[in-house]
Ligand binder design. Structure first.
Ligand SMILES: Nc1ncnc2c1ncn2[C@@H]1O[C@H](COP(=O)(O)OP(=O)(O)O)[C@@H](O)[C@H]1O
Ligand SMILES: [Mg+2]
Length: 367
């Protein structure tokens, strides 16, 4: 049995960092909880007046009971993939032999990765009525979807993808509901989060600058994936961003450097955004973490790559989840590298993102 207890957060009183008791609103003593990990607390006993009753009840996990919460405010898409003999030309009508419908959007993929990495993230975003299956994809990955709005006026964000037999494709992306997220929507969601919580975001929704600004003002840590790169990202105030997570192409665009050299990109990013923590992924060349004190690299785990879709999203989700669980950047890079290596051995986006158990099993084999 699992209880969501974040609403009771103000009732918690610190005893020390790993041990706290909560009282009911009328200040009567209540239950004593101990920390299992940064995100989970378990009831350990009960206080009645000054008498302490010890009662192990490890079946009740208090998730987020005053502990850090991870909110991903991001895009949710439906991908319509048409198999065609050739990509449609100007003025031409062609027919498709096959249509496959998948979940997509960087926001959704990253939430699936965060969820599979084991932290029960909160996804916020907006869909139209035809996008309800996207919620099932998130729920299945243990993502809280209570902050996803369903709009009667909007279509879900979607992509129309033509796939040629020889592997070339062409894509029309329609932002839909993702681009109709209002300042009120943002305000309403952020009300439930506060100091010490984490905001994860990308650049596929409206008002991302305001989202970052408001989250930063509340004392949340901001983890930004500046993708897709455009003027909004180029002009953003990165002083409000704590971690920037990006690939070599985005890093090149942000720094106006035409190179795939990881070290040069890190130097240029550090110069442009002093003090920011950087996670740079370099495809088959691995990844680098850098902050003002240290720089850590991790090579890839070599695998037979089948489809690299969502490699970056898997990496990001696993990295952030492990930072949220207080792992070091070195450990987080290692776990994220394994998770994304497994992801590229399978085709598809969300379905290719592995569960934590598989990632940990594979890592044990490497030690
Ligand atoms: N061929 C591969 N084999 C193993 N791991 C890979 C491979 N391609 C990518 N990865 C892992 O996924 C991470 C993210 O991939 P990358 O291509 O940099 O992201 P994006 O999808 O954003 O372009 C890499 O840093 C690496 O750890
Ligand atoms: Mg890449």
């Amino acid at each position: 049995m699992r209880h969501e207890l974040y609403a009771a957060q103000p009732m918690f009183k610190y005893v020390n960092e790993d041990f706290r008791y909560c009282c009911t609103a009328d200040k009567k003593p209540g239950k004593v909880a101990i920390k299992i990990n940064p995100l989970e607390w378990t009831i350990w006993g009960r206080l009645s007046g000054s008498v302490f009753f010890k009662e192990w009840s490890d079946t009740i996990h208090y998730r987020g009971g005053g502990a850090m919460k991870v909110l991903n405010f991001g895009s949710l898409n439906i991908d319509y993939v048409y198999s065609v003999d050739h990509i449609c030309r100007r003025g031409e009508t062609i027919s498709s032999k096959e249509l496959n419908i998948y979940s997509g959007g960087k926001g959704l993929n990253q939430s699936v990765a965060l969820g599979k990495a084991g932290i029960r993230p909160y996804h916020a975003g907006k869909i139209g009525n035809e996008g309800m299956f996207l919620l099932d994809v998130l729920r299945e990955a243990d993502v809280d979807v209570s902050n996803v709005r369903i709009s009667d006026k909007d279509s879900s964000g979607n992509a129309i993808i033509q796939n040629e037999a020889d592997g070339d494709n062409c894509i029309i992306l329609y932002g839909g509901a993702n681009r109709n997220i209002t300042l009120e929507d943002i305000e309403e969601v952020l009300m439930k989060f506060g100091e010490g919580d984490i905001l994860v975001c990308q650049n596929e929704i409206s008002h991302v600058e305001e989202l970052i600004h408001k989250a930063h003002e509340k004392g949340m840590s901001v983890f930004l994936n500046p993708s897709p790169m455009d003027e909004v990202m180029i002009n953003l105030d990165f002083k409000e961003v704590d971690y920037i997570i990006l690939n070599e192409i985005e890093a090149g665009q942000l720094t106006e450097l035409n190179t795939e050299d990881g070290d040069m990109l890190i130097d240029a990013l550090q110069k442009r955004f002093p003090g920011i923590r950087i996670v740079l992924t370099l495809g088959s060349k691995g990844s680098i973490y850098a902050d003002s004190e240290k720089k850590v690299r991790h090579p890839i785990f070599p695998v037979h790559a089948v489809d690299t879709t969502a490699a970056g999203d898997t990496f990001l989700g696993y990295f952030i989840a492990n930072i949220a669980m207080k792992k070091t950047p070195e450990e987080a890079l290692r776990i994220a590298s394994m998770a994304s290596a497994i992801a590229v051995t399978k085709s598809g986006a969300a379905p290719s993102i592995p569960a934590k158990e598989q990632v940990m099993d594979e890592l044990v084999k490497k030690t």
